[in-house]
Design a protein around this ligand. Structure first.
Ligand code: AMP
Length: 195
């Protein structure tokens, strides 16, 4: 059974929207690093102050901060029955760190843990630009508003996150899903993976 899942894709691919539907289907906790950072930014915590600087520039928050935050979250016993990671890992070092975290968490509950499936939502660069510009108007997300920031986020995805996808492809656990079409069209494709 596929229970420990990563939802992957470029910024604007619809990861958050699809993740919200997928956790309903699979009944597992949704662990979104982007949401966790936004929560900290909103509450002006020390972590939020650091995260804001990077996310407003379209850059990744440093691994020291991000990995520690994910490690703490995965120590929560609610992940035992499975989980959906959204926005993490986003680089090869993060994927490697995740593997070690899961080994540690698994050792504590005597059950080896690993990522079972990476759902990759595929969307073209042009489509990403259009979607991010639209999201900036609708949601007012600071990191979607500026074309330079949008380009940074796309570049970060290409330079750091695509190698992470390649890392998982070598493990044969990536399931590609066409991200074009309505929310329900895309979710229909994702659902088939878990049928
Ligand atoms: P998202 O909503 O997933 O696009 O995340 C929004 C922003 O939070 C990103 O542009 C990054 O600045 C930061 N962020 C989210 N996840 C990570 C991660 N895994 N590593 C580093 N930064 C992240």
């Amino acid at each position: 059974m596929l229970k420990n899942i990563v939802i992957f894709g470029p910024p604007g691919a619809g990861k958050g929207t699809q993740a919200a539907k997928l956790i309903e289907l699979l009944k597992v906790p949704h662990i979104s690093t982007g949401d966790m950072f936004r929560y900290h930014i909103k509450n002006n915590t020390d972590l939020g102050k650091t995260a804001k600087e990077y996310s407003n520039a379209g850059k990744l928050v440093p691994d020291s901060v991000t990995i520690a935050m994910v490690k703490e979250r995965l120590a929560n016993p609610d992940v035992k029955g499975g989980f959906l990671l959204d926005g993490f890992p986003r680089s090869v070092p993060q994927a490697e760190a995740l593997e070690n975290i899961l080994i540690e968490v698994g050792a504590r509950c005597n059950a080896p843990l690993q990522i079972d499936c990476v759902v990759n939502i595929a969307v073209s660069d042009d489509e990403i630009r259009q979607r991010l510009a639209k999201r900036a108007t609708i949601e007012g997300r600071a990191d979607d508003a500026d074309p330079k920031v949008i380009q940074n986020r796309i570049d970060t995805y290409k330079n750091q996150s695509e190698p992470c996808l390649a890392y998982y492809r070598k493990k044969n656990i990536v399931r590609d899903v066409d991200g074009l079409g309505s929310i329900d069209d895309v979710f229909g494709r994702i659902k088939k993976i878990f049928a």
